[in-house]
Design a protein around this ligand. Structure first.
Ligand SMILES: [Zn+2]
Length: 416
């Protein structure tokens, strides 16, 4: 399939983009009209599809179910008791809703952590997004539970998947997964060239307990277990000192900031972006799951991230527009090791078209500024392509009504 996008705005210039199969083939003015499908880009701008560095997609089912509570209480009272009852079919409908929301808000790739992996995989395959899917591992420090999760992980890894989907290991956190299992994860990931996706240093409680239980802070504990590597993706990292930032940088560990979730759960706000950037760490941005951030709108998360940096540091120059957008495009691609996050020949054709015919883009002094600070919600996204396939055109996603209905019915059945 070939697609030609005509007269589209890219970096304040009007140009054409020719897509052949799953790749962007050419970018330039006046490309010939020979394509299976021609999209008129007049009045629109193109962006790389956004890359959500950390989420739990099926948790769309928990949207609005447990607000205004601390993390530990929220997990123990509102999440874990209900997650126990989730079937594969429930998860399938939750993930389809998540994919719908991500498509609607311009996200084409995401890094997911959840249980019932085969159902997550089936939903993402159906919806056409690119993803790194981590089957969550918990062992609660019990050897028999660890053995069961290891077996399941091996089974999940063996399930066939399309090229768009990567398998990752997703141990939940250092307070729910034993050191022995983390070392097993390390070795399994290294042997099979997989990413490891883990929550770390999210709350002060986690930090204090790590010092109490392991005699080390969270990052130092992972270092001792030899988990730090370029293939490790850490969600949160709110509580890290200078030496730990250097340790993360020395091992090229990737960090994903989740401002909305951190603020809403009251985990903290002082994410040390400037120090991490100065140390050379690749920082991405995630929404976290809808249980804690209530939506999967990555533009909104990037805006909050930028505002938060300026606010807590009393310095408006920190995380300027270009860097905030880089976190959800190029940095996200680097973190997930995909050839996306840019509009250039040879890159995967993962992109979104932004409708400029709105108050948010008027006047048009600075497109990126308008996109981040003024639009910063998905309704400006008009058309989305992933892997060279159109997932949304003119804001219409196939099967939208059925996806909403099935997810609403599933959530009602679970929680009531
Ligand atoms: Zn999370």
């Amino acid at each position: 399939m070939t697609i030609l996008i005509k007269n589209i705005q890219l970096d304040q210039q009007t140009t054409d983009i020719f897509i052949d199969g799953k790749f962007i083939k050419k970018v330039g003015k006046g490309l010939p009209d020979k394509a299976g499908k021609v999209i008129d880009g007049t009045g629109k701008a193109v962006m790389p599809g956004f890359i959500n560095g950390h989420t739990h997609s099926a948790m769309t089912l928990f949207r609005g179910f447990g607000d205004d509570m601390p993390l530990e209480q929220w997990l123990n009272e509102k999440i874990w008791p209900y997650e126990k009852n989730l079937t594969g079919e429930d998860v399938y409908h939750g993930v389809r809703l998540a994919c719908l929301e991500m498509i609607k808000t311009g996200t084409t790739c995401f890094n997911d952590m959840y249980m019932t992996y085969p159902a997550v995989l089936r939903a993402v395959e159906d919806m056409g997004l690119r993803a790194t899917l981590g089957a969550t591992i918990f062992d609660f420090f019990r050897p028999e539970v660890a053995a069961q999760f290891k077996r399941e992980t091996e089974q999940n890894f063996a399930v066939p998947r399309s090229e768009r989907i990567s398998f990752a290991l997703a141990p939940h956190a250092i307070y729910t997964v034993s050191g022995g299992t983390l070392q097993w994860v390390r070795d399994f990931a290294a042997a099979n060239r997989l990413l490891i996706h883990l929550h770390l240093a999210e709350t002060q409680t986690e930090y204090r307990n790590a010092v109490k239980d392991f005699g080390l802070s969270p990052v130092r504990y992972l270092h001792k277990l030899k988990l730090l590597s370029p293939h490790l993706v850490l969600a949160h990292c709110l509580y890290v000192d200078d030496e730990e930032i250097q340790l993360l940088a020395d091992h090229d560990v990737k960090v994903v900031h989740n401002p909305n979730s951190n603020l809403k759960i009251g985990s903290g706000h002082a994410f040390r972006y400037s120090e991490m950037k100065a140390a050379g760490i690749t920082v991405g941005i995630g929404t976290d799951g809808c249980g804690s951030s209530n939506n999967l709108d990555l533009l909104e998360a990037a805006k909050i991230a930028a505002l938060l940096q300026k606010g807590w540091r009393c310095d408006p120059t920190v995380m300027p527009v270009g860097e905030a957008l880089q976190c959800i495009t190029g940095n996200g691609a680097r973190i997930l090791q995909v050839n996306a996050g840019k509009i250039a020949p040879g890159a995967l054709a993962d992109l979104c078209l932004i409708d400029l015919q709105s108050y948010a883009f008027t006047p048009d002094f600075h497109f990126a500024s308008n996109l981040l600070y003024s639009a910063s919600h998905g309704s400006c996204v008009d058309t989305v392509l992933c892997d060279g396939r159109i997932l949304m055109e003119n804001r219409r996603v196939p099967d939208e009504e059925a996806i909403l209905e099935n997810a609403a019915r599933t959530a009602r059945k679970l929680m009531l």
